[in-house]
Design a protein around this ligand. Structure first.
Ligand code: ACM
Length: 685
């Protein structure tokens, strides 16, 4: 840090000598996400990009960095349509007069806490990216790409000096491939998305009740009988690990034991606590099948299994799950009950601790450190394990106080369909923390979790992106970077940029709407779905429909985005209008209301031709009534006109009726319309 500041002072002195003024702008003028630790925007001509652009590497560059620089160049070329002379950047092809120089001091290791810092300096004639490690340079390349700007003269990069480093060393995304299998290309494009927002841990939830997804040589029935044929071959696992490593991303496998184990027991029922036979679980929820922790065979099996997997997955950490053990099959097994009595094991939690300690011995033997969900926490485990907090942040605090490292996922459950803002406000170390500085250092970061019950390869990207970019920023950027409006502005830009990596979170929307309309015009359906969101948290799983692994995930609720940006915009327009009815916002507001007022008449004939849409028909009619109510309120508010008692009662009824979810979606414009009505009532003369 000191060195950076010193370097910056020297740089400022250099600029002053050249009479170049320095403007320390707020970080928010640029579309960067995550926001860097320190940005100085220099008030001078930026770097103009043209077809002569070339890149050279200097220092200890490795194959990873050459590949990353090449990918950067191709993305830049793709965005601008410029034909750059360089094809693949290699040590041999280093140009002598490069416009961009990337300089690194050493090859980075894929370990917790590796140096990911970088310094990016852009002047009129030169781009310089310096980093201690090539991983830091990778992070800097993403920042560089995000800086590409355009004006009437063409493409350019603003003149800046950026000094950047992450706040937390562990910035992860969990993808559950057991509930719904995700093909290799889905994983790859999400790894690209992670790299674009500087995330560095891919947590791969590989086995659960619904499927065991890895080819296993030591116990081949695991993938043969436990996967419906949907698993990754060892070659594919290696391919994905290499792909991630090339992007500076660690891969942490999770093999959830002893519960969530149906797929293992389908293959090897002798591991189970009940006699079996077992069949693959097709439904969601907490299930009974669980390994028997009292049989030596269980440990012999897992020893051989972990020996193989420890060699396949190079990261030093191994996730053993350990969550949601309901204990039912332990409680009804006489042998297990006797074992507990004989060994003074008072309850199931203590029995699981016994199991965890045996697993820990095995993992340690194979050179791995253990990470598990917060259920595994208890204070006789060694201090180098990591507690993964999901049930609440208390577990994180408690484990840090007792000397354990931890990561946070509670509050980052993106499968629960909450707004980006909700996740963004969730800080692993809140400002009012009671932890000492020493204890705070044990909090390594966090992970967004894409649990797989309700997603398929078609919808997963839209459940992960763009909201995960807000989590990535929370984990990378300074704590003080917390403006919600500014976050949303930049999130929209990043979301659009993520598409160039093949992510389908935007484009699949239209495709799904086309299917829903049976290939009729989607405009009216889009207007409607633009202002609904899927029901939140676990509501969708609790409703009358029993979802299974083979259910359709193609309905309106699946097409609907987790966060309606139209509704968000509308809400802002309402606030601006109430503040000042003559503001330009009022036109946009009434335009939207008029579109909604007319939309149902366009959507109705489409619904008539597409039965799958019938479930939202009454809600579409409600949107029309809401819009009529909104327009009435707008006119009344503007003119201080009195609403009749009948009008008010009718408005209340419309608002109340519209609140009911249908087709498992809810309308997101009700609260702002209610606000308009209340404003009109209180504004009347
Ligand atoms: C979990 O969500 N059961 C870790």
């Amino acid at each position: 840090m000191e060195k950076n500041i010193f370097g910056f002072i020297v740089f400022c002195a250099f600029l002053l000598m050249q009479n170049l003024p320095i403007l320390a702008l707020t970080t928010t003028s640029l579309d960067l996400m995550p926001v860097p630790q320190e940005i100085k925007v220099i008030n001078s001509e930026g770097f103009r990009l043209d077809a002569g652009f070339s890149v050279a590497l200097d220092g200890y560059a490795d194959a990873r960095l050459y590949k990353a620089a090449t990918r950067m160049l191709r993305r830049l070329s793709g965005r601008t349509g410029l034909f750059f002379p360089q094809d693949y950047i290699t040590a041999k092809s280093n140009p002598t007069m490069p416009q961009m120089i990337i300089k690194t001091s050493r090859i980075g290791d894929l370990v917790v806490g590796e140096d990911e810092s970088y310094q990016l300096t852009i002047t009129e004639n030169q781009v310089t990216l310096k980093a201690e490690t090539d991983i830091g340079a990778l992070r800097g390349l993403e920042t560089f790409l995000q800086l590409l700007s355009v004006d009437e003269k063409g493409y350019y990069f603003p003149a800046v000096v950026i000094n950047d480093a992450p706040r937390f060393p562990w910035r992860g995304l969990l993808i559950d491939v057991s509930r719904h299998f995700m093909p290799v290309e889905v994983i790859k494009r999400n790894l690209d998305g992670m790299a674009a927002v500087k995330m560095n841990v891919f947590h791969w939830h590989l086995a659960d009740d619904q499927g065991f997804r890895v080819e296993c040589q030591s116990w081949p029935k695991l993938h043969e009988l436990g996967s419906d044929g949907f698993y990754y071959t060892r070659a594919q696992i290696k391919e994905i690990i290499a792909y991630a490593a090339n992007r500076g991303i660690r891969v942490i496998p999770e093999f959830d034991v002893p519960a969530h184990a149906t797929s293992w027991l389908v293959a090897y029922p002798e591991l189970g606590s009940a006699p079996g036979p077992y069949s693959l679980e097709r439904r969601w929820g907490i299930k009974d099948p669980i390994m028997d922790p009292t049989k030596e065979f269980t440990y012999e099996f897992l020893d051989k299994f972990f020996a193989e997997m420890a060699a396949l997955f190079p990261d030093e950490y191994f996730h053993i799950g350990g969550d949601e053990n309901n204990g039912n099959h332990w409680n009804t097994n006489d042998h297990i009950q006797q074992f507990m009595k004989d060994n003074n094991i008072p309850d199931n939690h203590a029995l699981q601790t016994y199991f965890n300690k045996r697993i820990l011995q095995i993992l340690t033997k194979y050179g791995k450190k253990m990470i598990g969900w917060d259920e595994i926490f208890q204070p006789t485990l060694p201090a180098d394990i990591i507690i993964h907090s999901w049930r609440g942040s208390e577990a994180l605090v408690k484990s840090a106080q007792q000397g354990y490292m931890g990561i946070l996922s509670n509050g980052y459950y993106i499968d629960l369909i909450q707004p980006a803002e909700y996740h963004y406000r969730n800080d692993p170390i809140p400002e009012n923390t009671s932890l000492t500085e020493e204890e705070q250092k044990r909090i390594l970061g966090g992970e967004a979790t894409s649990w797989g019950e309700l997603v398929t390869y078609e919808t997963i990207d839209s459940r992960i992106w763009p909201r995960t970019a807000a989590i990535a920023e929370r984990l990378w950027s300074p704590q003080s970077c917390n403006g919600i409006e500014d976050m949303y502005r930049r999130l929209e830009v990043v979301s659009f940029q993520l598409e160039e990596l093949g992510l389908t979170h935007i484009k699949n929307y239209d495709m799904m709407l086309r299917r829903l309309t049976n290939n009729h015009n989607i405009a009216a359906l889009k207007t409607f779905v633009d202002v609904v969101e899927p029901v939140k948290r676990y509501e969708r799983l609790l409703q009358e429909i029993t979802y299974t692994s083979y259910s359709p995930y193609t309905r309106v609720v699946d097409a609907a985005r987790p966060e309606s940006m139209t509704a968000r915009r509308f809400s802002q327009l309402v606030d601006q209008f109430i503040e000042n009815p003559k503001a330009p916002a009022s036109h946009e507001l009434t335009d939207l209301l008029k579109i909604w007022e007319n939309n149902h008449s366009f959507l109705k004939p489409i619904i008539a031709k597409s039965p799958v849409l019938q479930e939202i028909e009454t809600m579409s009619a409600d949107l029309q009534e809401l819009a009529e109510t909104g327009l009435l309120a707008v006119r009344a508010y503007r003119k201080h006109k009195r609403l009749s008692r009948k009008q008010i009662e009718s408005a209340r009824a419309v608002l109340e009726k519209a609140k009911k979810p249908r087709g498992q979606v809810e309308l997101m414009v009700i609260a702002p319309i209610e606000k308009l009505v209340l404003a009109a009532i209180s504004n009347q003369k």
